[in-house]
Design a protein. Structure first.
Lengths: 169, 144
């Protein structure tokens, strides 16, 4: 009986932590993203079909997101051959409001993957479409544009990408 | 019995974390204003005696003034200069809404500035999660 009670309590705690994942589900097609890059050219998520794509939702005002950028850079550099072979890509989607801050952040972390933003902060349509309630947030999608992982960070993210790409060879 | 002890420790850990956080903040719990309360005042045009200041990345709330992120010293200076000629009795409500309170770098320097300047009716908008979850998603009035 006590065990059941403990289990229910833990379920409630973990459930509230993962409330973010309620709308977005693994196996579902990822909602389309169509946003301008730093030069104002619109890029779409669907144009990346055929690749494993890590969509990183971030902003320069989000300290944990900023902290994560060098880790993403390491992942991107490690898999540069798969990037060249058009098997892997990172799509950074910024919820910044200031283009200047966004631009400086991209330069500071030498981000060389795709970067998109409508510069609408939390009012951005992508925040709604992806039911984002907190940053950093990310989604991994497969070659068909289906969601295969939600909100992995640190070693879990690195391992997932390593495993996925190593099984592709 | 072991499970009960385990559960007790979980509750203790969660609670102590919350209390520790509350006691260190520059605001008291009575200085928090709920989003629903402010939204209602804005909708009823009862904001004549209020000053609503954004100290985060964007002034999302209708009628609020964007000071800029208060984690930057230049914006704290801007905040001081903006408040220089405002009566110390004025109700000044600040908000950021970038992140949950424990991760927000802006609300503490801003609220401390209000305290240091002697504002007696300083308030912090209780956007416990962020401006999206606690304001935009509730269809409260925004600046556009």
């Amino acid at each position: 009986m006590k065990l059941k009670f403990c289990f229910i309590v833990l379920l409630i705690i973990t459930g509230s932590l993962h409330a973010q994942d309620e709308i977005l589900k693994i196996g579902q097609p990822a909602p389309e993203i169509s946003l301008p890059d730093l030069n104002g050219n619109t890029t779409t998520l669907s144009s990346l079909k055929g690749k494993l794509v890590l969509i990183d939702f971030w902003a320069t005002w989000c300290a944990p997101c900023v902290k994560e950028q060098p880790e993403l850079k390491a992942i991107y550099d490690k898999h540069r051959n798969q990037v060249k072979a058009e098997k892997f890509e990172i799509l950074g989607v910024s919820l910044d409001k200031s283009k200047e801050h966004w631009q400086k952040g991209v330069a500071r972390f030498k981000i060389n993957w795709l970067q998109l933003s409508d510069l609408k902060y939390w009012k951005s349509q992508v925040a709604k479409d992806y039911a984002i309630t907190e940053l950093p947030f990310n989604v991994l999608i497969d070659e068909q544009g289906k969601i295969i992982a939600i909100n992995l960070h640190g070693a879990a993210l690195q391992n997932f990408i390593n495993n996925y790409l190593s099984h592709q060879k | 019995m072991r499970h009960v002890i385990f559960l007790f420790f979980i509750v203790l850990t969660f609670n102590s974390g919350l209390f520790a956080q509350q006691s260190q903040e520059p605001w008291s719990s009575s200085q928090l204003i709920e989003p629903a309360t402010l939204a209602s005042k804005i909708n009823l045009n009862q904001t004549g005696n209020l000053l609503i200041l954004s100290v985060g990345p964007d002034a999302v709330i209708k009628g609020s003034v964007g000071i800029g992120s208060a984690k930057e010293q230049a914006n704290v200076k801007k905040l001081k200069s903006y408040l220089k000629n405002i009566s110390k009795d004025k109700e000044v409500i600040i908000y950021c809404g970038c992140c949950p309170f424990d991760k927000c770098p802006n609300i503490r320097p801003a609220f401390k500035t209000l305290n240091d300047m002697g504002f007696k009716n300083a308030k912090l908008l209780n956007l416990s999660k962020n401006i999206k979850a606690n304001w935009i998603d509730k269809n409260y009035p925004t600046s556009d």
